[in-house]
Design a protein around this ligand. Structure first.
Ligand code: FB9
Length: 491
């Protein structure tokens, strides 16, 4: 007979019964009984009342003794008929200390000190390992140990008190000794035949968790990237094509009016490419203007007055910022017959040969915004920040003058982070220099403002990660990628 029905029949006879009794009666594991009565409770065939009781259970050591015998028995059995030096017993037999004293007090062994080193000899021919027997009874749930014996085992840390939650069963509103099979699905046949009218359906369990759908999981960085994308797109920005990680020094540095001897342009900061080592195709007219503004100046600038070399500009590298792509886009914009105001953004990988630490890797994702329009200035930049950074949850901003080779004026952006309760640096920005914009051929009254930040920093802050290696790289815990919550930047 199925377990559930056995329980119902037992209840029919006994009226009320505890699940521990059922477990003993049916020699079933108590948890299995609890599972069964819970399903009967769901059918309202029984009602349950939780009962907490304390019973005695074996400790880990108790388990060992129950399986392998008591320490004193193991010691007794390790003594050969001729006896054994006490020192050797203590050295070789496990738990010899307690085993020895217990075997002595049990009268199983004797100590012979007559000749030199004390010898341990057996005093009786056979023993009964009562301790082991008692512990195995406890294991079977049979506990009729005299108080003093139980206390002795407690002292020997063989027994421990265990709180057991069991359930007192009594008949439920739908009690019966036969389980009516409740339908769990309303099928078209039932509807067509009308059979559903006489059937009983299992009530829905709206608390059931249900199977989590097998699905892909977005890495936190990609969730934050989507949030940034949404902010830019809703502010009318168009995304720049950033798929080419390998860039020429010309677009990554020279076009941005960064001089060829600038420290960032040496291998300590930049990853140069050995194959293909050089790019040789450039818009040569524009390149000549870049060469000129670097070496002699122009457009009201005195330039850097050094011998600009095309070989330096030809060197290929892994781009150190997505501003290289902004330069390409602005040059392309300048080729348009009629200038039209533009708003561009980019979110993609950049590479810097920096010293690695908890928040820096050799690559990170740069987030950049660029606006090209007539008469723009710092005020327009600050106004844009109001909207942009409010969408990141920042409404208190501060600005600090800064320096970038390609923007003047430049400023670092700081915001008060309520969660961290402090001001944090959230980016850098500025107005692109005329020496950058005008050689491209953009109209003289067009200014370009831009700003940049990272993707990793906000993601680490949002998801409470202190080490960048918990976010990206071979040590990332994939469970984190599966369980990380959705990203709300403005919350
Ligand atoms: O991301 C940065 N901080 C940040 C951003 C958002 C944020 O949001 C919170 C959760 C809601 C929290 C923090 N920073 C820029 C500031 C610092 O982390 C800084 O120490 C590290 N910076 C990187 C560069 O490190 C060498 C972050 C990265 C950065 C800095 C500047 C630019 C881009 C990325 C730029 C630029 C620029 C300037 C002018 C014109 C065009 C681009």
């Amino acid at each position: 007979m199925e377990l559930n029905e056995k329980i119902l029949h037992y209840l029919e006879k006994s009226g009320k019964v505890d699940t521990l009794v059922l477990a003993r009666e049916f020699e079933e594991d108590h948890q299995k009984i609890v599972g069964a009565v819970k399903s009967l409770e769901a059918l309202e065939m029984v009602t349950l009342e939780a009962v907490k009781s304390t019973k005695w259970g074996l400790t880990e050591e108790g388990q060992l003794v129950a399986d392998q015998g008591s320490h004193e028995a193991i010691l007794y059995r390790s003594i050969p008929d001729v006896g054994m030096p006490q020192a050797e017993i203590i050295k070789t037999v496990p738990n010899a200390k307690i085993g020895f004293s217990k075997a002595m007090s049990a009268g199983w062994i004797q100590l012979d000190k007559s000749g030199g080193a004390p010898q341990v000899k057996r005093k009786v021919d056979s023993i009964t390992d009562t301790v082991q027997e008692h512990l195995n009874e406890i294991k079977k749930g049979i506990d009729n140990l005299p108080e003093n014996v139980r206390n002795d085992y407690k002292k020997r840390k063989l027994l421990q008190a265990i709180t057991v939650t069991s359930f007192l069963l009594s008949k439920g509103p739908q009690f019966s000794t036969t389980i009516k099979k409740l339908e769990t699905d309303l099928t078209s046949e039932m509807l067509l035949s009308g059979a559903w009218k006489s059937m009983q359906f299992k009530p829905y369990n709206f608390d059931a968790l249900g199977q989590p759908p097998e699905s892909g999981h977005l890495h936190p960085l990609l969730k934050v990237r989507s949030e940034f994308r949404e902010i830019f797109l809703e502010m009318g920005f168009a995304e720049m094509p950033t798929n080419a990680y390998v860039e020429s020094s010309f677009w990554n540095f020279d076009a941005l009016f960064q001089p060829q001897q600038h420290p960032a342009r040496d291998a300590h900061d930049t990853f140069f490419i050995s194959d293909p080592a050089k790019t040789t195709t450039f818009p040569m007219e524009y390149l000549e203007r870049v060469k000129k503004v670097h070496s002699e100046g122009g457009y009201g600038s005195q330039g850097y007055r050094y011998a600009w070399k095309i070989e330096e500009a030809q060197k290929n590298l892994l781009r150190t910022h997505t501003t290289a792509v902004s330069a390409r886009m602005l040059y392309k914009l300048a080729q348009q017959k009629e200038f039209t105001p533009q708003k561009y953004f980019s979110i993609d990988k950049v590479f810097r040969n920096e010293t690695l630490d908890a928040t820096h890797l050799a690559e990170f994702h740069q987030v950049e915004g660029v606006i090209a329009d007539r008469g723009l200035g710092l005020a327009d930049l600050i106004t844009v920040f109001d909207t942009f950074f409010k969408r990141l949850g920042f409404d208190r901003l501060q600005f600090k003058p800064a320096y970038n080779p390609y923007t003047e004026p430049s400023m670092e952006i700081f915001a008060f982070h309520n969660g961290l309760g402090k001001w944090i640096e959230i980016g850098n920005s500025g107005v692109f220099r005329p020496e950058l914009v005008l050689p491209m051929g953009l109209p003289a009254d067009v200014n370009v403002i831009a700003w940049g930040l990272s993707l990793e920093r906000p993601t680490m802050i949002k998801y409470g990660l202190n080490n960048i290696r918990d976010l990206v790289g071979p040590k990332v815990d994939l469970q984190m990628v599966q369980d990380n919550p959705l990203c709300r930047l403005d919350k």
